[in-house]
Unconditional design. Structure first.
Lengths: 114, 110
């Protein structure tokens, strides 16, 4: 019974389009994150949110915009999609953002941009 | 991958044998976490570590912050241990950002 739900599991998009990746967690956590996993690269931190407030943003492009409508939601809007955006995007959560917090991941959304 | 270096990059084990994976840090890590990405792609948290050692079943992990490394020992390897093991370091201490290594891909053979 997954506690961090990501939708959709697979997504195919055309170059230039816009997509929203959905994430909801039911662990009662206060912090949520987005990470990206591309081929031959380490898992890469994108954003962290705590109590719906942005804590850290390591994504250079403004085409990636997190959206938090509720404490247990952190969606990721990606605009003007490029083939290089193809990757698996993982949502994660932890109780808080301080260093003594264990991170739990959703199952990922695999995005392919054609 | 260059701030967190994992070794070996790939490993094949016979069922029932033991092995050790290592993570070296070129940055000052406050805590370390180990994850297993299974063949279905799910990332499972194995350990969260402050400096010291933890054990869970056949797995044991250690983190030495002064020498900047962490290890993951697998005892009596089973087929279901196959997958990619990632270590990740927290260097900020307050934003939750983890720096991941490139992983060790483990194949356990019957």
């Amino acid at each position: 019974d997954p506690k961090i739900i990501q939708k959709p599991k697979y997504l195919v998009a055309v170059t230039g389009s816009e997509k929203i990746l959905i994430c909801e967690q039911y662990l009662g956590h206060n912090a949520m994150y987005w990470y990206r996993q591309s081929a031959k690269k380490p898992l890469e931190f994108m954003f962290s949110y705590s109590y719906q407030k942005l804590m850290d943003n390591q994504t250079a492009s403004s085409r990636f915009q997190p959206q938090s409508s509720k404490k247990n939601h952190l969606d990721l809007q990606i605009t003007a999609l490029k083939p290089d955006d193809s990757a698996t995007y993982f949502c994660a959560s932890s109780h808080g953002t301080v260093s003594n917090e264990r991170l739990f991941f959703g199952h990922g959304t695999k995005l392919s941009v054609l | 991958g260059d701030k967190v270096k994992q070794s070996p990059s790939a490993l094949s084990l016979q069922e029932g044998t033991n092995s050790a994976l290592r993570c070296n840090f070129s940055i000052a890590a406050t805590t370390v976490q180990w994850f297993l990405q299974n063949p279905r792609g799910s990332l499972i948290n194995l350990f969260y570590l402050v400096p010291g050692t933890k054990e869970n079943g056949r797995l044991k992990s250690a983190f030495d912050s002064k020498e900047s490394y962490s290890t993951l020992h697998i005892r009596d390897a089973q087929l279901e241990d196959s997958g990619t093991y990632f270590c990740a370091a927290d260097i900020t201490g307050n934003t939750g950002k983890l720096i991941f290594g490139l992983g060790t891909t483990l194949q356990v053979q019957p």
